[in-house]
Design a protein around this ligand. Structure first.
Ligand SMILES: [Zn+2]
Length: 138
């Protein structure tokens, strides 16, 4: 289960709309509490895939380390990854699956005509994506 702070969710939705028609991306910083990954902050990262920004995203190792350092400073850790699907549903692509790691949440935002219309979160289970519940907290 993913629990995300409302103001941070809003931030990533606006980011996804701003970057339309390209994919946006970033990391979810928080803590593991029981079965849940609790997100306290989102950490925006540039999309390092310059050739296929419309349907691919990539977080550079440099930006990943930067986020990790930042999280550590705040007593948090990286608990997930978020990205957008411009004019596509909020379900993971085969490409997303190939690059996913266990123990992380993958939040995907569907953006249609520049508007964030839906989002869902996914986690790996037996090398396949399974949808997980998203709870928004204030
Ligand atoms: Zn994707």
């Amino acid at each position: 289960m993913l629990k995300i702070k409302r103001s941070e969710l809003e931030k990533l939705l606006r980011q996804a709309e701003r970057d339309y028609p390209y994919e946006t991306c970033g990391l979810l910083l928080g803590r593991r509490e029981g079965d849940a990954r609790v997100v306290y902050e989102v950490f925006e990262t540039p999309n390092a895939n310059k050739e296929r920004r419309r349907d691919r995203y990539e977080i550079s190792p440099h930006d990943y380390l930067k986020a990790e350092d930042y999280a550590l400073e705040k007593g948090l850790e990286i608990v997930g990854v978020y990205h957008s699907h411009p004019d596509h549903p909020d379900r993971p692509s085969r490409f997303d699956l190939e690059r996913a790691f266990p123990e992380l949440s993958y939040l995907i935002v569907s953006v249609r005509d520049g508007k964030a219309v839906s989002y869902r979160s996914w986690e790996l289970e037996n090398e396949a994506f399974k949808e997980e519940e998203v709870l928004v907290w204030d």
